[in-house]
Design a binder for this molecule. Structure first.
Ligand code: NI
Length: 181
């Protein structure tokens, strides 16, 4: 794990919400020309995710159009930060699983989402080492959710139009209420 992540950050970053178009845009691959920018963002990104609190945060959610995300399932309340750079799903299981999901960009909105039960994901870490992991359960859903963000996809896109519209209307109301203080 890169030492950059272990440095504490006191500042948290604003998390974008719909209808911000960056959430719906595609991301550019992380390459040698922008890896330093990615490394520099990690401490504040982890601070933001832990403060929220959340178990995943993708670059577009903080307004950065690059292909990386962070996750930490905080199993047994212990920190285990993971940085996913250029992650790709290389295999999915035939069977699907349903799990309740939320998203830091859609505060207070939750819904059951159906996804492949298991996935294999290949990604690079901040030190440019390549990893391949197989996941099931919460990690599988979290990986798919974060990789979706890198393609401009939100968890509500996996719901029926009826359910999605209901949830987005509720969110819009809450955002309005928050803005009004
Ligand atoms: Ni999300």
């Amino acid at each position: 794990m890169s030492t950059a992540i272990l440095q504490p950050a006191n500042t948290t970053l604003p998390i974008l919400m719909p209808p911000n178009p960056i959430l719906r845009g595609r991301t550019r691959k992380v390459d040698p020309s922008n890896i330093e920018q990615v490394r520099a963002l990690l401490p504040a990104m982890f601070a933001t995710m832990y403060a929220a609190p959340g178990i995943g945060l993708a670059a577009p959610q903080i307004g950065v159009g690059l292909r990386f995300a962070i996750i930490d399932l905080m199993t047994d309340n212990a920190k285990a930060p993971v940085v996913l750079i250029n992650p790709e799903i290389i295999r999915v299981s035939e069977d699907w699983a349903v799990r309740e999901e939320g998203c830091l960009s859609l505060p207070n909105q939750y819904a059951d989402v159906s996804r492949p039960a298991r996935v294999a994901v290949r990604y690079q870490d901040p030190d440019d080492a390549t990893h391949e992991i197989e996941a099931e359960g919460l990690l599988s859903a979290c990986l798919q959710h974060e990789i979706d963000h890198l393609d401009g996809v939100l968890f509500v896109d996996h719901l029926s139009a009826l359910k999605r519209n209901m949830l987005m209307r509720k969110l819009a109301k809450e955002i309005k209420a928050m803005a009004a203080g």
